[in-house]
Design a binder for this molecule. Sequence first.
Ligand SMILES: Cc1cc2nc3c(=O)[nH]c(=O)nc-3n(C[C@H](O)[C@H](O)[C@H](O)COP(=O)(O)OP(=O)(O)OC[C@H]3O[C@@H](n4cnc5c(N)ncnc54)[C@H](O)[C@@H]3O)c2cc1C
Length: 424
Amino acid sequence: MNIKKTSFPRIVIVGGGFAGVALAKKLSKQDLQVVLLDKNNYHTFQPLLYQVSTGGLEPDSIAYPIRKILKDFPNFHFRLADVEEIDPIKNKVITNIGKLKFDYLVVASGSETNYFGNTNIEKYSMAMKTIPQSLNLRSLILENFEDALLTSDLNERNALMNFVIVGGGPTGVELAGALAEIKKGILPKDYPDLDTRLAQIHVVQSGDNILKGMSAKASQKAEDFLEKLGVNVWKNVRVVNYDGKTVTTNTDITFETATLIWAAGVKGANIKGLDAEKFITRGNRLLVNEFNQVREFNHIFAIGDVACMTSEEYPNGLPMMAQPAIQQGDQLGDNMLRLIEERPMKPFVYTDKGTMATIGRNKAVVDLKRFKFQGVFAWYVWMFVHLFFLIGFRNRMVVFVNWVYNYVRFDREARLIIRPFKRR
Ligand SMILES: Cc1cc2nc3c(=O)[nH]c(=O)nc-3n(C[C@H](O)[C@H](O)[C@H](O)COP(=O)(O)OP(=O)(O)OC[C@H]3O[C@@H](n4cnc5c(N)ncnc54)[C@H](O)[C@@H]3O)c2cc1C
């Protein structure tokens, strides 16, 4: 990998997401050699992926070069590498570009879509976990309307204009709201020859409520907002199969659609070598102690989505969200210094700063510890928080200008089929 061993301890971090970047920023200032490995050369701001899928933002505005984030630190090294295996005994990682020894290893590889073993759904549905997947979805949505315009078969036309989103969490809700706004504001102008009123957006949720991690008020308000936008919300319905045409559920409800979007779950993106049953727990996550150490090891850590740290308050582990990832990365930076200097480490305590979701223009729900609010003010708060956490001044400016433009013009100009979607 062309990284010379120095007298400093070498810390290898796998993954440049929220957790890995927070940790690297903290450690790179110290007398340590920090090596960050990621299969992409950019950090992805996943909370805004749905805006890329729906033509609201260009992909470049939610991605940021990892090298640039840490360019000022001479002890920091980045390598574009897919980590294929971890050897925790010989202390090395095996990647597609070679092997690398470590003194300390931090797994921050995030999560991946969980299809719960349903191979048909995995094969035919669309996921939205990465920028390429979001671009695929953007292309497919637009291609569907181009095809709907050409077909004279009414059933086929309806299926092309039907969108079924599985999962009523923030991702499903935000995507449904954005699609509903496209249906209302963009499609009639772009496709005057097509009766776009027939386009249907469905959110299918297996439980009693959407946004189930949020307050009952937020959940109800989000449902009201979606209904106002014309989205069909199906609760207590579980999708069981999809053959590329028909979605079947555990009830007698079925949907004919060319687009099933799977936003119903994620699991830890664990890596071979640490995947034995003794290391993993619920959702394929690495079981860690209060210092983020992986069971049996003092020198191997996991942070962010891939780590499962349980406590009385969070018996199933911390939520798979950006805040726990950032806070763990930040705190582990301090703890690793303590460990190296043979001082006692401090247990991690998660500070819940709140949860929010936007449903559309002037429509959002925000749950903070003390205050819960919905509507226009919540929407401004949502926008401010997302701009604040985006990495890079340029990205913040581009996103802000895009949002103002889209708001004033009722538009989404990135509705481009740059790379046509080809089904596997
Ligand atoms: C569509 C969507 C919307 C979301 N919205 C919100 C939201 O509104 N609020 C919120 O708090 N959270 C949200 N989340 C969740 C949040 O994005 C994650 O919890 C957060 O990204 C976790 O950070 P992480 O550092 O653990 O992992 P990630 O940010 O996923 O980073 C993992 C990194 O590891 C790399 N990697 C993985 N495997 C390997 C390997 N084998 N070799 C090399 N590199 C590897 C990946 O390329 C990636 O860069 C959303 C997620 C999605 C998908």
